[in-house]
Ligand binder design. Structure first.
Ligand SMILES: [Zn+2]
Length: 140
């Protein structure tokens, strides 16, 4: 893995407002530190540069690993994962109570691959919503 400077890490974290750019959990509500994700993994020649990095919670980043695409269950087509730098969250996902519902094929493969609706995450979101702490960086 290539070196990500402290300055670049800080830039990516601040740009994201401290929010996981996939599941929209806040760093403030995570015991584990958030990670700097290579949207296109380095093994696929993704650069360690601002436009290929995003802030991710350990759960989303762990399940994503070096994946960049998956098979859409509805169409059986190879479909790229959501790219927080070039796409808008609310065009591919919507929140229905505590579930992140996909709106597109990209949304579907991302929710499935990153396992964004695990029982634990849903329970955590339920608690955070009641405290007005979820979603992080709400898009109005
Ligand atoms: Zn996440």
């Amino acid at each position: 893995m290539s070196y990500t400077s402290p300055e670049l890490r800080r830039f990516v974290s601040e740009r994201a407002g401290g929010c996981c750019e996939y599941c929209r959990l806040s760093q403030l509500d995570s015991f584990l530190p958030f990670e700097i994700d290579h949207i296109i993994a380095e093994k696929h020649r993704g650069a360690t540069a601002e436009d290929n990095l995003c802030l991710s919670c350990p759960s989303c980043n762990g399940y994503k690993g070096s994946d960049i695409a998956s098979i859409d269950p509805d169409t059986e087509s190879l479909t790229a994962l959501y790219n927080p730098r070039t796409q808008r969250w609310d065009e591919h996902f919507q929140l229905r109570e505590y579930t992140i519902e996909p709106l597109t094929a990209i949304g579907r493969v991302t929710v499935l691959t990153l396992r964004m609706n695990s029982t634990e995450q849903m329970e955590e979101r339920r608690l955070l919503v009641t405290q007005g702490r979820y979603p992080c960086g709400a898009v109005e």
